[in-house]
Each structure stands twice: as C-alpha cells, then as structure tokens.
Write a protein that binds this ligand. Structure first.
Ligand code: PLP
Length: 198
C-alpha cells in the first residue's frame, strides 16, 4: 500500500522496482495506490512498472481524493497475462452504471481533485507542525491522515468523539490515526488536543 495505511509513509518507484525485481516472476505483487493522489513528490506512481514486470498490479480507487467513497468504483492496471486470469474470476456487472457515470464525471473534474490535494497538503503540513510543537511523535505523512503516538490514546479518542470527531483507534497500542480535515476542523482538533493534554 503506497502511501501506506495507517502510517502514511511513502516508497519511491525506485525502491518498489528494487523490490519487484527480486520477487519470483510467478509471484504477483499488488501495489495499492488508494492514496497516491495525496503524495507531494513528483512521479509517485508505480504504474509504468506494469509495462516492464508482468507480475505487478497497480490498484486505484475513486473513494479517496475523487470523493466517491461508497460508489464502489476503482480500477487496476496490469499485464495481459494477469488480465486473462482476472477475467475468469471477476463478477459480471461488477461496476454498476451509476458508479460508472460518477467515476467518469469525477475523472473529468481534475480541478476538484487538485483543490482537494492542495488543501490536504496545506493542512497536513499544519497538523504535522502542531504535533512537532507539542512533542507528539508521528510518521511523516504523504497521505490524507497522520499516524501519531499518544499516551492514553483511547481516552483522547473518546474525548474527541464527544466533541464531534471520530478518529481511528486500535491499530497499534497508544497510536492513533487522524484524517486531515478542513482548516476549521483542524483548528478545533488542535484546540481539543491541547485542552486534553493539560
Ligand atoms: C480506501 C482504501 C482502498 C479502496 O477502497 P474502496 O472504497 O474499496 O475502493 C484500498 N486500500 C486502502 C488501503 C484504502 O484505504
């Protein structure tokens, strides 16, 4: 998964290629790029590797930066060899017609995606700066969430929930994953974390 969920960390195409080149040719490597749009580095996608390595599959979803969660639509890029096998097992009509129309419209609306990605990058930088200021340990994120360490993580999550913010617990003891929100939400979150930490 690149960027990874829940850490938000990112591997370069070079590192992924280095890995794939050492994997036996009859072993399939899936690269899940659900969060790839949020990466601030240029040339982040491993898509081109599918031309060189028939055993690599790159998967994408419209559920994240494109805002179509619950439409159940995404796509994957892979070699003809893999396509023949996928064709045998995929369900008929696996992407319904409404989802297809939504995905096509979303794909054409790159301005929306650009705005989402830009806002996310700004707010992610802001939230990371806040965590640094507070001495809260976190991974450097290239996604739309930040994974951070907090003593009493579950109690903090409860406090945030009672104030209207649901964040992800239970991934690792004393670690939480928070989604990067709007500027207003992030300001509220920062205020709430400060109050709770007192
Ligand atoms: C959201 C997500 C997906 C894809 O989600 P769908 O809604 O099923 O398209 C895939 N991998 C990861 C890690 C995700 O977070």
């Amino acid at each position: 998964c690149n960027p990874n969920n829940p850490t938000g960390t990112f591997e370069t195409v070079k590192d992924i290629e280095n890995f794939v080149s050492q994997v036996p040719a009859d072993t399939l490597v899936l690269v899940d790029e659900a969060y790839i749009d949020f990466v601030s580095e240029p040339n982040a996608t491993a898509m081109d590797l599918t031309k060189k390595y028939p055993n690599i599959v790159v998967m994408r979803t419209f559920s994240k930066a494109y805002g179509l969660a619950n439409f159940r639509v995404g796509y994957a890029v892979f070699s003809k060899e893999v396509a023949e096998q996928v064709q045998k097992v995929r369900l008929p009509y696996n992407v319904n017609s409404i989802a297809q129309v939504a995905a096509t419209a979303a794909f054409k609306d790159q301005k929306f995606v650009d705005d989402v990605v830009k806002n996310n990058a700004e707010q992610r930088t802001q939230l990371e700066a806040f965590f640094d200021e507070q001495g809260i340990k976190h991974y450097q994120s290239q996604a739309n969430f930040i994974f951070f360490e907090y003593q009493d993580a579950d109690k903090l999550a409860d406090y945030l929930l009672h104030n209207g913010y649901l964040i992800r617990t239970g991934l690792r003891p004393n670690w939480l994953r928070i989604t990067v929100g709007t500027a207003d939400d992030n300001q509220n979150i920062e205020q709430l974390i400060k109050e709770f930490s007192k």
